[in-house]
Design a protein. Structure first.
Length: 80
């Protein structure tokens, strides 16, 4: 799944049905960079600088909230 957006979207139902998830933050003219990752020409790395909510009921969500249970926590990321 490739999500092209400018903010976190609620993807909980969809993400359960896919093998991989790439958030391509409004790549504009740099779409080639997304293609490089998808075709294995570049190994991505990154960490979230925000918390990705599990549902719309969690918005806004912040580290330290009493009911903090995000889809992806602040700082989540992968390195290959």
């Amino acid at each position: 799944m490739i999500l092209v957006s400018g903010r976190p979207m609620i993807v909980t139902d969809t993400i359960a049905k896919v093998d991989a998830f790439v958030a391509a933050w409004l790549p504009g003219t740099e779409g080639q960079g997304v293609a490089d990752v998808l075709f294995g020409d570049y190994k991505p790395t990154g960490k979230l600088s925000f918390t990705w909510p599990r549902s719309i009921d969690q918005v806004p969500i912040n580290v330290g909230d009493k009911t903090y249970d995000p889809l992806f926590a602040f700082g989540y990321g992968l390195t290959y």
